[in-house]
Design a protein around this ligand. Structure first.
Ligand SMILES: Nc1ncnc2c1ncn2[C@@H]1O[C@H](COP(=O)(O)OP(=O)(O)OP(=O)(O)O)[C@@H](O)[C@H]1O
Ligand SMILES: [Mg+2]
Length: 275
């Protein structure tokens, strides 16, 4: 990889580099440190994400997941280490953060340069998230799931090489969340950005990601490839075994088997009380 810049400061644009296995890196992080007061929230963190790879990041509350995402999105600085990222990166947060004074189409195209095809491009992006009929709606009239789909369209319209998702489904009901999983999985297969998804939902991580990592004590305690074919069935014994391993890694111990999520029940999350 060329263009490596060590030390403090902002995430730097990465040139493609080789990863073990021959794929090209979209993200390369080495020895990342971020300190708040006396606490090293990120403390020597290493992470590679290949181009087009989907990585889910789990970790207890306050372990630094959002901090990492903000550094990758150039919304925060770091104190030490090397952070290489692609030039085009977009972020979707837990709340959709739509501009209330712009209609849906205006929100989707807000970061695009104005041109003769801007509105058409926006309409296509809305169609991809199933909201072509809502172009002229005001954000305040949308449901939570619809507003989050607009946020997703706004993020994807720029064809990012890196898509950063910070608990984007956490505020949605269980059924809408499952539908969003299908949509995000499909959109990511079509657009092929590298993805870092921060979530507390272990099932969401296993269902969507190529790799799942757990952040603890400022570093990745686990970083594991998910070798289960898509679509992934939560009843698959490999799914259940990985879920149990990850929940244990997260310090969530259960006396009884983890309930299988269905379209009627909420998925297992790492925010559930430890036994
Ligand atoms: N700007 C800041 N100033 C001081 N402390 C901060 C700042 N940003 C984050 N922190 C602290 O860093 C730690 C990690 O915060 P962060 O938001 O990254 O956690 P998280 O893993 O995303 O948690 P959650 O799962 O609850 O969203 C927390 O203790 C938080 O209080
Ligand atoms: Mg967070």
């Amino acid at each position: 990889m060329s263009g490596t810049l060590a030390g403090t400061g902002r995430a730097r644009q990465a040139a493609a580099g080789d990863l073990p296995g021959g794929s090209l890196a979209a993200v390369r992080i080495r020895g990342l440190r971020r300190t708040f007061g006396a606490r090293d929230v990120l403390d020597g963190l290493d992470l590679d994400i290949a181009q087009g790879e989907f990585v889910a990041l789990l970790g207890a509350s306050g372990t630094g997941k959002t901090t990492l995402l903000r550094i990758l999105g150039a919304l925060d600085r770091h104190d030490a280490g090397t952070v290489l990222v692609p030039e085009t990166r977009t972020v979707v947060f837990q709340e959709p953060r739509l501009v209330p004074s712009k209609k849906v189409l205006g929100n989707v195209t807000v970061a695009l340069p104005r041109g003769p095809h801007t509105r058409e491009t926006g309409r296509r992006a809305l169609a991809e998230v199933g909201l072509e009929g809502h172009a002229d709606a005001w954000p305040g009239t949308l449901s939570g799931g619809e507003a989050q789909r607009v946020a997703l369209a706004r993020a994807l319209i720029r064809e990012p090489e890196l898509l950063l998702l910070d608990e984007p489904f956490a505020a949605l009901d269980a059924l809408t969340r499952l539908r969003m999983h299908d949509l995000v999985g499909e959109l990511c297969r079509r657009h092929r950005p590298a993805v870092l998804l921060v979530t507390h939902d272990v099932d969401e991580a296993i269902r969507l990601a190529d790799r799942v990592a757990v952040l603890r004590d400022g570093r990745l305690a686990t970083d594991e490839r998910i070798a289960i074919d898509h679509p992934r069935d939560s009843a698959d014994p490999r799914f259940a075994a990985l879920r149990t391993r990850l929940l244990t890694e997260l310090g969530v111990h259960r006396a009884e088997p983890v309930p299988q999520p269905t379209r009627d029940t909420a998925p297992a999350t790492a925010k559930e009380s430890p036994a």
